[in-house]
Design a protein around this ligand. Structure first.
Ligand SMILES: Nc1nc2c(ncn2[C@@H]2O[C@H](COP(=O)(O)OP(=O)(O)OP(=O)(O)O)[C@@H](O)[C@H]2O)c(=O)[nH]1
Ligand SMILES: [Mg+2]
Length: 191
């Protein structure tokens, strides 16, 4: 994919209305620190347009990145961050719920989970929740570079099982470091 333009166009706070866009949207959900912003940067072929951090809980807004005036990549705030209070977590849930409900052009929901671990309860809940909203999540198993090549198939199987994924469900192993999996993701965006 040739990236001619990549810009942070809209930032939505916890109380803002969900914007009505003409362009197709793709959103990225997952636990804090799983690699959402890193994946978005990889897609945009930018080093640090989407802010990444080793410190979890960095993205606390919904950020819309305009790519080529063709689509938006929507960076959702991460969940499961230990220091987040219950009230804040609830506000987060409502914000993401409103996003899934009111986005008119949302095409795919990408759910990111760390390839090294069996999906935690929060990812299983998120997966089911996305399904209940009428979307079939595209699961991205992140940080592929952190496991041995020989472990890959076993880890993917465990993730599929952990999330009770449909046999036809899309599961793509990805590394922001090596860019493995990026072509498969581009293929989905270009559909
Ligand atoms: N080795 C490796 N590190 C990664 C990969 N993806 C992300 N990271 C690292 O993991 C940390 C978190 O990445 P982010 O992209 O900021 O994660 P996030 O999901 O956006 O986190 P929040 O914004 O807090 O929800 C950073 O230190 C990244 O450099 C990957 O594929 N491989
Ligand atoms: Mg982030």
């Amino acid at each position: 994919m040739i990236i001619k333009k990549a810009e942070l166009e809209t930032v939505i706070g916890i109380r803002s209305d969900i914007p009505v866009n003409e362009l197709t949207e793709f959103c990225f959900a997952g636990r804090s620190n799983v690699g959402k912003s890193s994946l978005i940067n990889s897609i945009m072929q930018r080093k640090s347009l989407a802010r990444t951090s080793s410190e979890p809980g960095k993205t606390r807004t919904i950020n819309y990145y305009n790519v080529n005036d063709a689509f938006y990549l929507v960076d959702l705030p991460g969940y499961g961050y230990a220091k987040t209070g219950r009230a804040e977590a609830a506000a987060w849930g409502r914000m993401v719920e409103r996003y899934l409900k009111y986005s008119r052009t949302l095409k795919y929901v990408f759910l990111l989970t760390d390839i090294r671990h069996d999906p935690p309860a929060s990812d299983i809940q998120m997966y089911e929740w996305i399904l209940s909203r009428g979307f079939e999540p595209v699961v991205i198993a992140t940080k592929l570079d952190k496991i041995k090549r020989s472990e890959k198939d076993k880890r993917l199987k465990a993730i599929r099982l952990g999330l009770s994924m449909d046999g036809n469900g899309i599961l793509i192993p990805f590394s922001a470091k090596t860019k493995a999996g990026l072509e498969e993701i581009y293929a989905l965006l270009e559909e």
